[in-house]
Each structure stands twice: as C-alpha cells, then as structure tokens.
Ligand binder design. Structure first.
Ligand code: IPM
Ligand code: MG
Length: 370
C-alpha cells in the first residue's frame, strides 16, 4: 500500500503558502513620472537572447540618449541569468542576480531556456512570482485585417505557481492549479480598466470553467463580479477551445478586442495570436506588477536556430515591441510612439534564415526611420 501521508503533508504546506501569498497581494502602482532616476535592468537571456537584446539596447540608447547622458535613466546590465550558470548553481534565479534585479525598476529581458522535466523552475516563472508581476499584457494587431487584440493573461497563478511543486507517487503524478479571489480580481481590473480607458466595448473572459469547475469557475465568477463596476462594457464568457478556433475564424475574429484569461490559456492563446500576426517573433510581452515590471519577447530562446548557426538572423521585432511597452510604462510616451511608428513603417524582412535580414541589418534600417 502506498503511504499517502507524506503527500498529504506536502499538500498542506502548499495550501498554507498559497493562503499567505493571497493575503499579501497589493495593488499600489509605482508612478515613474515622479521618480528622479529610473533604473532599467538589461538581461540577455539564452540562445538568441543576446542577439536580439543587443539590438534592443541599441534602439533604447538611441531613443533615450539625452536622459541616459543626463543620468535620469540608467541602463544596467545584469549578468548571470544564463542556463549554464543556473544549472551550475542549481537555482532558477541565483541570489545575486535577484538582488541586482530588485535594485532596478523595470527590466528588459531576452528569452531564458527552461530545462524540461527535473525540478528547476523556469526563470520566467520565478521572476513573475518573486516580483509579483501579475499582469501579462500582449497586444497583437493586424491593421489590414482589422485585428486589434490585447490579451490580459493572469501571470502568477493557475498551473504555473505550483508547476514545479507537483507530487510524484508510484505510478501516478499530481500537479496543482491555484486560483485566488485577489489574484483574479487584480488581473480582471487591469483588463476592464484598459477597456474603459481605450473605449473598448467588450471583454472576452476565456476559461474552461465547464471542466475546471473550481479554479476556472472562481476566475470566471470574480471577473463577472468586477465587470459589474464597468456597466458600459460587455463581459462575454468563452471557453478556451472554441476561442482558439475563433482566432482563426476570419468571419468573426475581428469582433474581439480585449481578452481576459488565466495563466496557461493565456500562454497558449497568445502564441496562436502572435502566429496569426506573423509569427511568435513579432509580438511583445509586458509583465506588470505594482512595484516592478518586466518586458520581454513572447518567444523562447530558439536553441535550434543557434545550433544551425542562424542566431544572428533571429527576429528582434518581438523584443522591440516589448520595448515600446516598456517606454510607455515609464511614461516616455513620445519615444514609445516613435518606435511604434518605425516598427510599423519598416519594410525590412526578417525571415529567420539567410534569405532575410539579420537582426542587426533590420535594426540599422529601423534606427534610420526613428
Ligand atoms: C511565455 C513563455 C513562458 C510561459 C515560459 C518560458 C515559462 O512561454 O512567456 O509565454 O509559459 O509563460
Ligand atoms: Mg508562451
């Protein structure tokens, strides 16, 4: 007979931790416009990360030259968040790296590799949790197809928060999914506030609450409760499977604009949306918390491109879109708008292979348009 006591004790510990986490969630936002100095941490990441980050930093230096020279904005390199170092140290984010990160305000980060299996957590998941970056915001737009989507993905709960803390028993494994009132409410407010500020008429709440009755059920209930504070906005309920189909259904997809989803569905649907926009290399991602914010490409570190010697042909557009979001977040609206316009106008083609431009050549053309 299998002894279940140890597993039950482990589960008890998880529940205690989750109650504590739910208790300390706060929503006071940092106002960057009143800060004398803004520290931007730069993290290269793995694989194609250093290639696209090099270009993103060039653009940042170009756009913020005066403020950087005047000391109002500091660009600070943060080393050590490499897969080699993390494996050697057996930790997803080494302590001294975390300390450096905490001394910054916002981060621009290249993709980091996550080993499959084992117990090492993804650096992203660790950072999102430790810095409490609860809102993952991902815009996707295709003007010629009348598509203007923005995804508000809950970023600290769901399948992710305990994803590396599942329980293995002989012949059986259990993972845990966690949804809290506080966690659902804060992401729902982000989505509805955005809709209100931008005159959007509808928010699509996307779950699988017919199956995941407790967690998704709670998420959906809380989202609808929040929606009552926004009577001018219609809250629609969708299941994730049909929503995945809707995004490729040309006759209805342009009717959607704001999406509100739990963590894992948000992960999957935003890759799909990015692919529709032109590839996962083309979408940016913001991870917003009340104290910190982290901006990154939505794609991974692409080890295959590196193995095939194609790293320099990686598409920097995703990280550059993330950079526009960073600039907006710290109140540099003009710089953000200039970069957005240049990204929209730049006709240079990056195909991810030798037929297209390298990350550097693309960025040369982009900078010429700024
Ligand atoms: C993303 C990525 C991450 C996620 C990985 C790297 C942990 O896919 O940002 O969407 O699953 O959230
Ligand atoms: Mg993803």
């Amino acid at each position: 007979m299998v002894d279940l006591n140890a597993a039950c004790m482990a589960f008890r510990t998880l529940l205690e931790e989750q109650y504590l986490r739910a208790k300390v969630m706060e929503r006071e936002k940092t106002d960057y416009s009143v800060k004398d100095v803004i520290n931007i941490g730069l993290i290269d990441g793995d694989g194609i990360g250093p290639v696209i980050m090099e270009q993103a930093v060039r653009v940042l230096q170009h756009l913020l030259r005066e403020e950087i020279e005047g000391g109002r904005i500091r660009l600070r390199r943060i080393d050590g968040l490499t897969i080699e170092n993390r494996l050697a140290r057996n930790t997803s984010v080494p302590d001294e790296v975390m300390q450096r990160i905490r001394s910054c305000d916002v981060l621009l980060k290249g993709p980091t590799t996550t080993p499959k299996g084992g117990t090492m957590e993804s650096a992203n998941v660790t950072l999102r949790r430790e810095l409490d970056l609860y809102a993952n915001v991902r815009p996707v737009s295709i003007p010629e197809k009348n598509i203007d989507w923005i995804f508000f993905r809950e970023n600290t709960e769901g399948e992710y928060v305990l994803g590396s803390r599942g329980i293995d028993l002989p012949g059986l494994s259990v993972d845990f999914k966690v949804t809290t009132d506080a966690g659902s409410e804060r992401i729902a407010r982000e989505a509805f506030d955005y809709a209100r500020r931008n005159g959007k008429k509808r928010v699509a709440i996307v779950t699988k609450a017919n199956i995941m009755k407790k967690t998704d059920g709670r998420f959906s209930d809380i989202c609808h409760a929040v929606a009552r504070d926004y009577p001018e906005i219609q809250a629609d309920e969708w299941y994730i499977d049909i929503m995945a189909a809707n995004l490729v259904n040309e006759s209805i997809r342009d009717q959607f604009d704001v999406f509100l989803l739990p963590n894992l569905y948000g992960d999957i649907l935003t890759d799909e949306a990015a692919q529709i926009q032109g590839g996962v290399g083309t979408a940016g991602s913001a991870n917003i918390g009340s104290r910190y914010a982290m901006f990154e490409a939505i794609h991974g570190s692409a080890p295959r491109m590196v193995e095939e010697g194609l790293a320099e042909y990686a598409n920097p557009q995703s990280i550059l879109k993330a950079e526009t979001m960073l600039l907006r977040h710290i109140g540099r609206i003009d710089a953000a708008a200039r970069l957005e316009k240049a990204l929209a106008d730049c006709t240079a083609e990056v195909t991810g292979d030798r037929n297209g431009m390298s990350a550097r050549q693309y960025t040369d053309e982009l900078i010429a348009l700024l």
